[in-house]
Design a protein around this ligand. Structure first.
Ligand SMILES: Nc1ncnc2c1ncn2[C@@H]1O[C@H](COP(=O)(O)OP(=O)(O)OP(=O)(O)O)[C@@H](O)[C@H]1O
Ligand SMILES: [Mg+2]
Length: 317
């Protein structure tokens, strides 16, 4: 049975290629592209699946690119619940300049969703989360959706007794008032949300705590890149070190973290251990290309290396 449903309102096909040098005007001959399914919730569902969890990815899907996206998600072993929309699913392009190693990333706004399409997405969530335990909503909002869309979602899943795990940024994050179980901003996103820099631990902890005391979220897990993470609830606050790994692609670390954290909570781990599982999944993803999840054995090994109470048999199915 599905226990973790993910929602990606603005998914994408991530097309990645390489060329000798990125230059203006001239045609740049590129290598054959690699296609990956993209978007926060879809990435989370891929890592949940790698960890042996039962995930289901809900996302709007339109046009031929939507059909390809659905195929790519299924190829990753993730059950899908696409919601048909009129405009085509977006594609994004990343081009690596082989000479300099620099990566150029081109991202589009995505299809404009109509009000009936929005309602169909919420209805799909309503159907798929029943009997499940967690809804993970992650990623940007496409044109056409109101900025308080995630609040509407929180109200919906709260009424169903399902816990909302949210990874949002910008105005979508600022418009959440209440009803989130776990909020996972990065320090960059939290600083943008509160409107001032968060240079040190005191400022970071105060800003995270404010989201708890104001009732936005029961748990805030603030991710700090190479500095690790901070977990805050009404009763506790704990800092976690990152694991030092050779970084190949930082893209998708946050999504992998959200996946590990949610799988950990779903399997009954204490919050601190669930955060450690999130850090292990994020670290394993840093050494894979693009947003590809790490290998499960690697995630397990990293988790055991940082969790004093690791009982591997208890959480690995
Ligand atoms: N350079 C790094 N070295 C070690 N661990 C890292 C590094 N970058 C990220 N991580 C791990 O991945 C987790 C999530 O990374 P990060 O805080 O960058 O979130 P993010 O969601 O990917 O960021 P953003 O959404 O702002 O791009 C961190 O808490 C950390 O455990
Ligand atoms: Mg992020």
């Amino acid at each position: 049975m599905t226990s973790i449903v993910t929602l990606t309102m603005n998914p994408a096909i991530d097309m990645a290629t390489r060329t000798d040098h990125v230059v203006p005007t001239d045609k740049m001959r590129c290598e054959s592209p690699r296609f990956d399914p993209g978007g926060g919730g879809i990435n989370v569902a891929r890592t949940v699946t790698v960890l042996g969890g039962a995930a289901m990815a809900v996302f709007p899907s339109g046009g031929p690119s939507g059909v390809l996206l659905e195929q790519l998600v299924r190829d990753a072993g993730v059950p899908t619940h696409p919601v048909a929309v009129a405009e085509p699913t977006r594609e994004s392009l990343s081009v690596t300049d082989i000479g300099s190693g620099q990566q150029f990333r081109f991202v589009f706004p995505g299809p404009r969703l109509t009000a009936p399409e929005k309602h169909r997405c919420l209805a799909a969530v309503d159907r798929t989360v029943r009997g499940g335990r967690y809804l993970v909503a992650s990623g940007s909002l496409p044109p056409g959706l109101p900025v308080d869309f995630y609040q509407e979602l929180a109200d919906l899943v709260g009424g169903l007794g399902v816990r909302l795990v949210l990874d949002a940024s910008g105005s979508a994050l600022r418009h959440i008032r209440t009803g989130v179980h776990v909020l996972k901003p990065s320090v960059r996103e939290l600083a943008e949300c509160v409107g001032h820099p968060l240079p040190g631990r005191a400022e970071q902890a105060a800003a995270a705590r404010q989201l708890v005391t104001s009732g936005v979220s029961e748990i805030v897990v603030l991710s700090l890149g190479a500095e690790g993470a901070l977990a805050v609830t009404r009763d506790m606050q704990e800092w976690f070190d990152a694991i030092h790994v050779p970084v190949r692609s930082g893209i998708g670390a946050g999504d992998a973290m959200v996946a590990g954290l949610t799988v950990g909570l779903d399997r009954g781990l204490a919050l601190a251990d669930a955060v450690r599982l999130g850090i292990a999944a994020a670290s394993a993803a840093l050494v894979t290309p693009g947003t590809r999840p790490g290998r499960p054995e690697r995630i397990a090994e990293l988790y055991r290396s940082i969790s004093p109470n690791a009982e591997p048999s208890g959480i690995w199915p």
